[in-house]
Design a protein around this ligand. Structure first.
Ligand code: SF4
Ligand code: SF4
Length: 319
């Protein structure tokens, strides 16, 4: 069967998710994204290939192990910083990876029994993913939940996405697609009939600001949202609320007007207050985070923006 050979790449799969659509859900995070949001808290989602990750806390040190230093064919692993030992007053010698030399071959991760070095990105055939999805069917049924295909940007693996959604529909499993909306309309048009709800991000209504914050303009995203609405799709619109970027009264007035224009297709608007919990994930990739110094918005502020959208007739929740 053709679908058996098709694979999708995922960087994580999380059960019992309650924030990615209705009910209890299995959220499947696909790897690779064309956007580069300055506030990205899932940097491991950005690149398409499987890549090496590093969790310093798990490393037992070169004196006890040092396997990674011996196996790298490109001499990319070398001695790095030290950390305090939890067992005594001594220090543990850590390693560091030269990302310019590393080709993500995975040999050091295989040799790292402590799992301090590990590969991020796993390929699943459609059937392999369906096996995992089916395991939680009783929870979906009891809670009105289902599966959410997220990312990264899952629309970047369109054939695989369509195949999974079709199979879920055939098995009466509720489907949500969590997307930036940045894709050719043909890709989205194909999945509309098999997607029960789109979790659709709006990041800025001004295209120039959108580009500054994400690396791309917003025209295609807004156009696709309107086309989905016209094609009968349903939305949970998601707005990441970023201090001094998209959080002014004027910004929200523009968000509100656009969302109201999508009519009955919008079931709910979800406001996602900025947080800086992603710092540690950037460290795992040994990359510098683009922007993390913003102060998370207060509950009071979030309520103000929620009320502003509610006054426009929208159903709004804060994540
Ligand atoms: S993934 Fe391969 S190239 Fe990269 S550091 Fe590990 S062993 Fe070296
Ligand atoms: S193989 Fe793993 S635990 Fe051993 S030194 Fe390298 S990173 Fe640390």
């Amino acid at each position: 069967m053709e679908t058996k050979e098709l694979t999708g790449k995922f960087y994580d799969i999380q059960g019992f998710s309650v924030h990615d659509g209705p009910g209890i859900r299995l959220t499947c995070f696909m790897k690779g994204c064309p956007l580069r949001c300055l506030w990205c808290h899932s940097p491991e989602s950005q690149e398409f290939p499987t890549e090496l990750n590093w969790m310093e806390i798990k490393c037992v040190g070169v004196a006890k192990c040092g396997n990674c230093l011996k196996v790298c064919p490109h001499d990319a692993v070398s001695l790095g910083a030290t950390k305090k030992s939890l067992q005594d007053d001594g220090e543990i010698q850590l390693v560091t990876v030269d990302r310019d030399k590393c080709d993500n071959c995975g040999k050091c991760a295989e040799a790292c029994t402590a799992k301090a070095l590990y590969m991020c990105g796993t390929d699943y055939t459609v059937e392999e993913l369906m096996v995992r999805i089916r395991r939680d069917v009783p929870f979906y049924k009891r809670s009105g939940g289902g599966v959410t295909i997220s990312g990264g940007e899952c629309l970047c693996q369109p054939d695989y996405l369509l195949a999974v959604l079709r199979q879920c529909r055939a098995e009466a499993i509720h489907t949500a697609v969590d997307t930036t909306g940045f894709a050719k309309w043909e890709v989205i048009e194909a999945i509309v009939p098999y997607t029960d709800i789109f979790l659709y991000d709006l990041k800025h209504m001004d295209s120039e600001f959108h580009k500054r914050g994400t690396g791309i303009p917003n025209e295609l995203i807004l156009e696709n949202a309107q086309k989905i609405a016209a094609a009968g799709g349903k939305f949970m619109i998601r707005i990441p609320v970023m201090p001094l970027y998209n959080d002014s009264e004027e910004d929200f007035d523009k968000f509100g007007k656009f969302i109201v224009g999508l009519g009955d297709s919008v079931e709910i608007v979800q406001l996602l207050p900025y947080h800086n919990l992603g710092v540690v994930k950037w460290e795992r990739l040994q990359r510098k985070a683009p922007v993390l110094e913003a102060t998370p918005p207060s509950d009071e502020f979030m309520q103000t923006r929620k009320k502003q959208l509610e006054a426009m007739g929208l159903n709004v929740m804060i994540h």
